[in-house]
Design a protein around this ligand. Sequence first.
Ligand SMILES: [Fe+2]
Length: 312
Amino acid sequence: MATKLETDGDFHALPDLPADVFTAPLKKPAHLGGDWLEPKQAEYTSEDHAIWNDLFARQMDILPGRACSTFLAGLQKLNLARGGVPEFAQLSEELEKLTGWSVVPVPMLIPDHVFFWHLANRRFPAGNFIRTRETFDYIQEPDVFHDVFGHVPMLADPIYADYMQEYGRAGWKAMRYNRLKALGALYWYTVEFGLILEGQDVRAYGAGILSGPAEAQFAVEAQSPNRIMLNVDRVMRTDYVISDLQPSYFVIESFEDLYHQTVDRDFDRLYRSLPPAFTYANSAVIDVDDVLHRGSQEYLLRGGRGSGALPV
Ligand SMILES: [Fe+2]
């Protein structure tokens, strides 16, 4: 992301958004300030806590042998198995000691530039609300379970924590080049749906995989999806699926590898050469790929979610 040496990146206060940058027209609730933060975390009912506990138990049945060791260590370090929706203040105190991060409550998805600004300041905005029994298996908006269970344990790792901060700083650069879509693909294929090699085995570190019931098995073991070693230039040109399992996953060697592949890169040069639209379909395998597993794409070819296709 090559932002470390920049002098235009003072993120102490929320920088002004350049006038020519387009952002999604999200309507800010009247009681929030420019940082979009709730004054305090929601108070959860006993049913909310029970939903958290049931989601937690379901994931802990699925994740051993599929989640990466860094994630499982993060869960332990932060004692996330203590039961009930965690208190952000307590989590932040523990994270602060480990990596200097905190967790802050937001009511909904927040604008990109505000999200990037929080990351650049080592604050992770987490959804304040929790899903219901009706939306137990899938919700479109990230709730407190996705955000805290999926993302926060990874922030207990110092290198990953640095990567997330640099990502936030890089967001502001991408906005200036109008290439948020490309940077969004990098987030998608790393922070949300990333895989990592542990010895010969592939394990998940992406929050979208770790917080859902079906994707851990599919991403790590199924025959359908491609598993390709991460190449940042290629990933930033690759389309992705928002509401179904991914046709391709990208695999890193280590978090040091992820950090250096991104932070050491000349993003000004990359953005100048990137077309505004994606070049590669989400199921494509291309010449430069270092392919670990070439997927059959059977799940996608049978119609994916909604068709009754098995995630094989
Ligand atoms: Fe997420």
